[in-house]
Design a protein around this ligand. Structure first.
Ligand SMILES: NC(=O)c1ccc[n+]([C@@H]2O[C@H](COP(=O)([O-])OP(=O)(O)OC[C@H]3O[C@@H](n4cnc5c(N)ncnc54)[C@H](O)[C@@H]3O)[C@@H](O)[C@H]2O)c1
Length: 394
């Protein structure tokens, strides 16, 4: 029997908004989800206008409060199956908490909130209400992230000794926030972005890529959080030296002032018997380096045959790709993989069955708590002259 198409609601995403666009595409990519309603802007009039301009009919709401209240009152099957929050960081906590309390699953943009305390409150609410909650750490959705995770966690390369997780950009190399650029304006405002601009915006991605692929926690962090552009309120350069839960070490670093770097997110994991190199700008594959051997370049869609290194690679890792190798997947496909995985948990939730939401396919609310603690620890350490700050892990 054909599945009922899931109803998705949006909070944020009107008038010049950025990240709603890839979400919208990814939501529709499988044909099993569709956007049905939205509270798209903070101004009620603009919110309704923007809903009216949506490429196909959706129900507009003047505010997310009205949307959540109205949707929560509808019978199961007719209300939204999940809500996607694509507002600036300071408008994540309140709508997320209200959705959770109404029993509506949430897929929220990162960073989860503007303080670790808010993130912990969301985690507690999710634990109490037992509702699926995902976080849009986009790059975890690349097939190559899943495969890299399997390889490192399988122990094939031995224990992790040293990792370098980085995210370099150049778009804030001038003070875009002073010329009214919407995305720069709120990202550099501590009331709207949180304790860190660069760390929260993109350092959080580097941190999550490290955790997701290695399965290790950052237990202690020494941070140097810097602002290169005079007059800017928050950091634009974020460097941390981290201790890992297995005794290994890592750099987690990010910059928004490196002209020429676009979305240069990468991860290099050096282990006892080899290393793995991954870059999101070439996310079709990754490289494994073994001593005394030519580098092994693995491609999405080409792992079915396995080899002497991959050995017992499970079928699901090889089988997941949707199009043949060489026809490139990219950012939208990564988002699609996250929505598809979240959809599976939402369907189980709708049926009253246990759902995983365990962070193995997409980031969950605990991952959000951890990235908020990491950002705050880095900022705290930096203010104290890069003194090590321990992270609370549970
Ligand atoms: N995962 C990723 O790769 C990625 C990439 C970019 C942005 N993000 C995250 O996505 C979020 C949004 O970023 P963006 O760049 O799209 O921002 P944006 O400024 O382009 O868009 C934000 C939208 O939220 C709306 N909004 C603000 N307050 C609202 C309210 N009270 N009710 C309804 N709508 C409201 C704005 O009108 C706008 O439409 C941020 O948390 C950001 O960190 C994630």
């Amino acid at each position: 029997m054909a599945k009922r198409v899931l109803n998705v609601g949006l909070i944020g995403g009107g008038r010049g908004a950025f990240i709603v666009n890839p979400h919208q595409k990814a939501i529709h990519m499988d044909g099993t989800r569709r956007v049905v309603c939205g509270a798209l802007h903070e101004d009620p009039g603009v919110a309704m206008e923007e809903a009216g301009k949506w490429p196909y009919p959706i129900k507009g709401y003047p505010s997310y409060d009205e949307m959540i209240a109205d949707q929560a009152g509808k019978p199961a099957g007719q209300r939204v199956d999940y809500v996607v929050i694509v507002t600036p960081n300071f408008v994540h906590f309140d709508p997320a908490l209200k959705c959770i309390k109404a029993g509506i699953p949430v897929f929220c943009e990162k960073p989860l909130t503007i303080t670790a305390k808010q993130a912990e409150a969301l985690e507690a609410a999710v634990g109490k209400r037992k509702v699926p909650f995902g976080i849009a750490h986009t790059y975890l959705g690349h097939w190559s992230s899943w495969a890299a995770r399997w390889i490192i966690r399988s122990g094939k390369l031995g224990a992790v000794r040293w990792a370098d997780a980085y995210y370099l950009q150049g778009w804030l190399a001038t003070r875009l926030e002073t010329v009214g650029q919407m995305q720069a304006s709120w990202r550099t405002n501590p009331k709207m972005a949180g304790a860190s601009c660069c760390g929260g915006d993109i350092g959080s991605h580097a941190y999550m890529q490290l955790r997701f692929v290695t399965g290790l926690e950052v237990t202690s962090v020494r941070g140097i959080v810097e602002t290169f552009l005079k007059g800017r309120q928050l950091d634009d350069h974020f460097t941390t030296y981290c201790e890992l839960s297995n005794g290994g070490r890592a750099l987690v670093r990010a910059s928004q002032i490196c002209i020429g770097h676009k979305n240069d997110l990468g991860l290099e994991v050096n282990c006892e018997r080899g290393s793995l190199v991954w870059r999101q700008e070439e996310a079709e594959g990754f490289i494994v380096r073994l001593p005394g051997e030519p580098d092994r370049q693995y491609w999405r869609g080409e792992l079915k045959g396995k080899d002497s290194f991959l050995g017992d690679l499970p079928d699901w890792v090889g089988a997941e790709p949707t199009i043949p190798s060489g026809h490139l997947e990219a950012f939208h496909d990564a988002y699609r993989r996250l929505h598809k995985s979240f959809e599976e948990d939402v369907r189980l939730y709708n049926d009253g069955r246990p759902f995983a939401c365990d962070g193995s396919r997409y980031a969950n609310v605990h991952d959000g708590v951890m990235h908020m603690r990491f950002i705050e620890a880095a900022v705290k350490s930096s203010k104290a002259g890069a003194r090590p700050v321990k992270l609370k892990l549970s």
